[in-house]
Design a protein around this ligand. Structure first.
Ligand SMILES: [Zn+2]
Ligand SMILES: [Zn+2]
Length: 333
């Protein structure tokens, strides 16, 4: 059963994220261990680790924890100085996660800028190989997850074959995995909105990458349409993906104990100007999907008639715009 959670603020110390996650109804959580928009990080002290351990024990129902690495890191960069800076920052992030005994760290594979797809992928793979080697002792229990990307600009990691290449050439290593971001995969052109589309997408992922490599999920709806390659998260049910698609994931018995984290805005004003906390509402909705699945224990086609159906207009607008998987010809996209 997937473990539903959200990104939680670590303001005031990473240990404080547990209480926030608990209040939001999380079963697991996603955190930054440092500012995600800065290169520098305050070193972790023994006291930081001790406080974190105490809270992890107190809130032991919130697990697993996953870390998101800094957005500045670009291992695909053709610039040697930026590449090295990115590599050292990512290694530091992996070791920071390991210091807290956090099992997963997710990073964005990067943008190839003025080079090309093949060179970018090769540089990321080189970084991963070095990373797996250099953290073999310091972070042996931390899995490094490559996030699926939307393919915006020169971003790599939107096509499943990019992920396959990175797992193969960045390792092979049991410490490498994939973080499946629903907004990004959808924006990258894979349509999993219906049970049939979901089955096709997962079969394609399995054929190209291998489903065993998926270690965690980011649950976001998408402001933009299928295959538009734009990375803009929307609240679940308020984007082009729609709520029904998330039921497909939550009903899939292959995702046993895989964390699924929301990365959407936390607050919204209601019609009366009151501030609403959104994570608890979304987590409740997702949990309800799952519970009804358990009690029904029947096929997804039955559920689709119970759950809010996707507006048909969305599929009518977007289903023809993207080539089918079989139509992919070039080596990388
Ligand atoms: Zn991300
Ligand atoms: Zn994400």
């Amino acid at each position: 059963m997937m473990r539903i959670g959200a990104h939680m603020s670590a303001a005031g110390g990473l240990f404080k994220a547990f209480k926030r996650a608990d209040e939001a109804g999380c079963e697991s959580m996603l955190v930054f261990t440092k500012s995600n928009r800065q290169w520098k990080a305050k070193p972790i002290t023994d006291k930081d680790v001790e406080k974190y351990r105490q809270e992890a024990e107190k809130y032991s129902h919130i697990q697993p924890v996953a870390v998101h690495a800094s957005y500045l890191i670009n291992l695909a960069s053709p610039d040697d100085a930026l590449w090295e800076k990115s590599y050292l920052a990512l290694r530091d992030e992996v070791e920071r996660a390991a210091a807290f005994d956090i099992p997963y760290i997710t990073f964005h594979p990067g943008s190839f800028m003025k080079s090309d797809v093949e060179s970018g992928l090769e540089r990321i793979a080189r970084g991963l190989q070095r990373l797996v080697g250099e953290t073999a002792v310091t972070a042996s229990n931390t899995t490094i997850c490559i996030e699926t990307m939307a393919g915006q600009g020169t971003n790599l990691g939107a096509a499943f074959d990019h992920l396959a290449y990175l797992l193969e050439h960045g390792g092979p290593s049991e410490r490498l995995g994939v973080c499946f971001d629903t907004c990004h995969v959808f924006a990258g052109g894979y349509d999993f909105r219906t049970p049939a589309g979901y089955a096709d997408t997962m079969a394609e992922f399995d054929r190209v990458v291998g489903l065993d490599n998926i270690k965690c999920f980011h649950f976001n709806d998408s402001k933009f349409g299928l295959g538009e390659r734009k990375d803009r998260h929307a609240h679940i049910g308020q984007g082009e993906i729609g709520r029904e698609a998330f039921a497909n994931f939550l009903n899939d018995p292959r995702w046993a104990n895989h964390p699924a984290h929301l990365e959407t805005p936390k607050k919204e004003e209601d019609a009366d100007g009151n501030e609403l906390e959104l994570d608890p509402i979304t987590i409740n909705t997702l949990t309800a999907f799952r519970k009804s699945t358990q009690s029904l224990s029947t096929s997804i086609s039955l559920h689709t008639s119970i759950w809010h159906p996707m507006p048909l207009i969305v599929s009518a607008l977007y289903c023809c715009q993207f080539p089918t998987f079989g139509a992919r010809k070039a080596k990388f996209h």
